[in-house]
Design a protein. Structure first.
Length: 122
């Protein structure tokens, strides 16, 4: 998600700042232990960490304008901000009725009638 938001926001902010872009590439890297949470690795963090990104820009704009673009993107990127300034997250799951649950059907829905072909003898 970070890679998509950084690419889109960089392109949008470049347009806002009238910085021409010949090319834009974004690469995100992070450390992650795939065995995290499994036996023997229960205490290992399951989340990616040591996240870094690289934005490669080809542009006739000078370094100062590209630096200003970078600062603007970091200031306005909601995903970057969330990762850089972690928030507490709470959540819940609410199970609602589903017509596919056994014995439950939508009000007014016709009952299913099953008929099986029978063999007829002449």
């Amino acid at each position: 998600m970070l890679i998509t938001v950084l690419a889109a926001l960089t392109a949008a902010q470049a347009a806002n700042l009238r910085i021409p872009l010949d090319s834009l590439e974004v690469e995100v890297q992070a450390d992650h232990e795939p065995r995290a949470g499994r036996p023997g690795f229960v205490e290992v963090a399951i989340d990616p960490h040591n996240i870094s990104y690289t934005v490669r820009i080809t542009s006739p704009a000078g370094e100062a304008r590209i630096r200003a673009l970078h600062e603007t993107v970091e200031r306005k990127c909601p995903i970057y901000s969330l990762l850089d300034n972690p928030q507490s997250v709470t959540g819940r799951v609410v199970l609602t009725s589903s017509p596919r649950r056994a014995g439950v059907r939508k009000p007014g829905a016709p009952r299913r009638r099953w008929s099986w072909p029978t063999a007829h003898r002449a």
